[in-house]
Design a protein around this ligand. Structure first.
Ligand code: IVH
Length: 679
């Protein structure tokens, strides 16, 4: 009898430990080590054991008390009414000076002072709250910035989020954006369950049952607005003051600053407070205070021009290089990685640090066995910054960078055909023929920004690759589920989830498809520009044909944002027959939706424009951004496709005007341009 009890306790304790381990992994990594079904099985068994045997329930680690279970992937997706962008970063005074200069250039406002509002950058999880006539109706996560997840019920468990705003004159629609976080003190009490406060906050917000979220002491700082109708705020500082009166908590360490010196002083002051604050901050956000100027400045593709995150200086530590390994990226880039003696940098244990590329190792003469300073800033991969040569052992040898890729084939350095300079990065150019590149390409394809296949994280890709179940992208859409079912850790439920996710992913828009195939220098923004140009996969497929390709690439060159670097890269990509085969195979198993031209409604919708000369009242950048705001497309070259040439008063190019006249293109003077836009 006693033996039986002992065995039960043993099993119970082992499973509790396992559950905790899996929990932690869920919060630490995108791809957990076990499928959901395996996790559920253990949890069910634990609950069963507790219900059957009272003596187990009394243990302090009872399964009912374990905080944090795997985040759910099944939230309703809702499109943000206004995209949730990210911020560009500044790392020093120079960068901040550039930021201020750019703003002044854009606004052509060289003499006046522009008020800047500074706020701590909270290291939490962003959320959007939409109030309709004062009632909290929608609560979303950031998601990919365009579409968020409906986490309203979980957000409602946070005390600092008002469910109702009791005030007069609140806008009919008020979207408040802010940061959900866990206080450092609170985290101390639950830390054994999570990797760090940010992961804990993120995971807690994505619980299936809000009762689970409620167990975690989440807090909220409001820091911005999305859609506001009617717009009643004139400045960021006024906005924060108002919403604070309405019951939102706003950060007390905010301040209006007027120039670079004030920015520096304030920055140092808050940095010195950093450790004493009850929440993590990784820098300060500086925002143009005036809301109208903010809207004139607008956004680049990914971040507002009117704000920047000025990061605190990064955290450093000294350690020793045990070995140098190389990694192969999806574009073939060979990155050296220093395997270092584990060391804590800013609270995180680091055992790998990037050495960037061959040239960097040569320049700094970094060797195995060296004592080095490594640094870690925010989410950026830790890097080796300096070598302490005084600590070098006498017989140490210069590091010889391998000339071969992990696949065994020779690597090379590209020479830029324009500058004739050799690239700092060594590459393997075998594309899919190199197993290491091919595997990385697969990881890219399933990633969030590409096909976004839930359940196919990096680890699973590794597993399926090792078992030779996948090699090329189209294999993802022809998986042998029976074989996967037989693998350890997979069950019927997780297989069904995977099937659903793959099925969902097999319908994709052209621009995402272009991004997914992984052409070097073609990121999400460029993929959109190219998608917009080709519209359909049929037209895009003309790139496969070398004679058509040349002409198409010439046309692509005319698109604003696409330059020689991109054109060359596309050409190189399609010169490789294997790439074409891979794309054709993918096209066969997918439904690729035409690029939907987000025809911004406006005076210039479906019109293409070009500017020549400078403008007296606005910068070229503002003119361009205004054209786009009004639905127009800005081109970089004159061709028959151009609809309007706008000629600024300051030194326009005569040749362009003549050519436009020849092609009978409509010409606007600077004044006509302002009149046209009513400005
Ligand atoms: S303003 C880009 N203010 O930082 C939109 N963001 O990298 C303007 N964050 O996802 C954001 N504290 O969630 C702003 N005081 C603050 C912030 C803050 C933290 C987050 C935000 C955003 C990320 C940008």
């Amino acid at each position: 009898m006693k033996k039986e009890k002992d065995n039960l306790i043993k099993e119970y304790e082992k499973k509790i430990k396992l559950l905790k381990k899996y929990n932690k992994q869920y919060y630490e990594k995108d791809s957990p080590s076990v499928p959901d079904s395996e996790y559920d099985k253990i949890k069910e068994r634990l609950i069963f054991l507790e219900n059957e045997h009272n003596f187990l329930k009394k243990k302090k680690d009872s399964v009912q008390n374990i905080i944090g279970s795997p985040p759910s992937k099944k939230f309703k997706k809702i499109k943000h009414r206004k995209a949730m962008l990210s911020l560009s970063n500044a790392f020093g005074k120079e960068d901040m000076n550039d930021f201020l200069k750019k703003i002044k250039n854009f606004l052509k406002s060289y003499d006046s002072t522009i008020d800047i509002f500074s706020e701590p950058k909270i290291d939490g999880i962003s959320a959007s709250l939409i109030y309709e006539n004062g009632l909290l109706k929608t609560g979303l996560s950031r998601g990919d910035g365009e579409t968020g997840e409906d986490i309203l019920n979980n957000l409602k468990t946070i005390n600092q989020i008002p469910k109702k705003i009791d005030a007069k004159q609140i806008p009919e629609i008020l979207e408040i954006r802010g940061e959900v976080y866990i206080g450092k003190n609170d985290f101390e009490n639950i830390k054994e369950n999570f990797a760090n406060p940010r992961n804990a906050a993120g995971g807690s917000l994505r619980q299936k049952f809000s009762e689970e979220t409620a167990k975690i002491p989440l807090q909220f700082f409001a820091h911005g607005f999305g859609v506001v109708v009617p717009m009643i705020f004139k400045t960021q500082s006024e906005f924060l003051k108002k919403i604070n009166q309405w019951g939102f908590s706003t950060n007390p360490h905010s301040k209006l600053v007027k120039n670079l010196n004030e920015i520096e002083d304030h920055h140092k002051k808050i940095e010195s407070l950093r450790a004493s604050l009850d929440y993590d901050i990784d820098g300060l956000v500086y925002k143009v205070n005036d809301v109208e100027l903010q809207s004139r400045l607008g956004n680049t593709s990914s971040s507002p021009r009117w704000a920047i995150a000025y990061k605190f200086s990064s955290e450093k530590a000294t350690t020793k290089i045990k070995d140098i390994a190389i990694q192969v990226g999806r574009t073939g880039a060979i990155t050296p990685v220093a395997k270092v003696k584990p060391v804590t940098v800013g609270g995180v244990v680091v055992s790998n640090a990037t050495l960037h590329n061959e040239d960097e190792i040569k320049r700094k003469d970094i060797r195995i066995g060296d004592t080095v300073v490594i640094q870690r800033a925010g989410d950026v991969i830790p890097q080796v910054v300096t070598v302490d040569k005084s600590k070098r052992v006498i017989n140490s040898k210069k590091y010889l960078f391998p000339e071969k890729c992990l696949c065994g084939y020779k690597t090379h350095k590209e020479v830029n055909i324009f500058t004739k300079k050799e690239d700092a990065v060594r590459r393997c150019s075998r594309g899919y023929d190199c197993d290491y590149i091919a595997k990385e390409k697969l990881k890219h394809i399933v990633s969030k920004e590409a096909f976004n296949i839930d359940g196919l994280g990096k680890k699973v890709i590794e597993q399926l690759w090792d078992l030779k179940l996948i090699k090329f992208p189209s294999d993802i859409f022809n998986l042998d589920y029976n074989k996967i079912l037989k693998l350890e850790g997979w069950g019927n439920l997780s297989i069904q989830n995977l099937k659903d996710a793959v099925k969902k992913a097999s319908s994709i828009s052209l621009d995402k498809f272009i991004y997914s195939v992984g052409i070097r220098h073609i990121g999400q923004e460029n993929a959109k520009i190219i998608g917009n140009f080709f519209v359909s996969i049929d037209k895009f497929s003309n790139l496969f044909n070398s004679s058509k390709r040349e002409k198409l690439l010439n046309n692509l060159n005319e698109l604003d944002g696409i330059g020689n670097t991109q054109i060359n890269s596309i050409n190189t990509f399609f010169t490789n027959q294997k790439n074409i085969e891979v794309i054709k195979d993918l096209v066969d198993v997918l439904q690729i939706k035409n690029f939907k031209i987000k025809n911004k409604k406006g005076k210039l919708s479906s019109k293409s424009l070009m500017f020549t000369g400078g403008f007296e009242k606005m910068s070229r950048s503002e003119a361009k951004s205004l054209a786009e705001e009004n639905g127009g497309k800005v081109l970089g070259n004159i061709s028959k496709k151009l609809n309007i040439l706008v000629v600024g008063n300051v030194k326009p190019t005569k040749k362009k005007i003549e050519k436009a006249k020849e092609l009978k293109i409509k010409i606007f003077t600077e004044k006509e341009w302002y009149d046209f836009l009513n400005i």
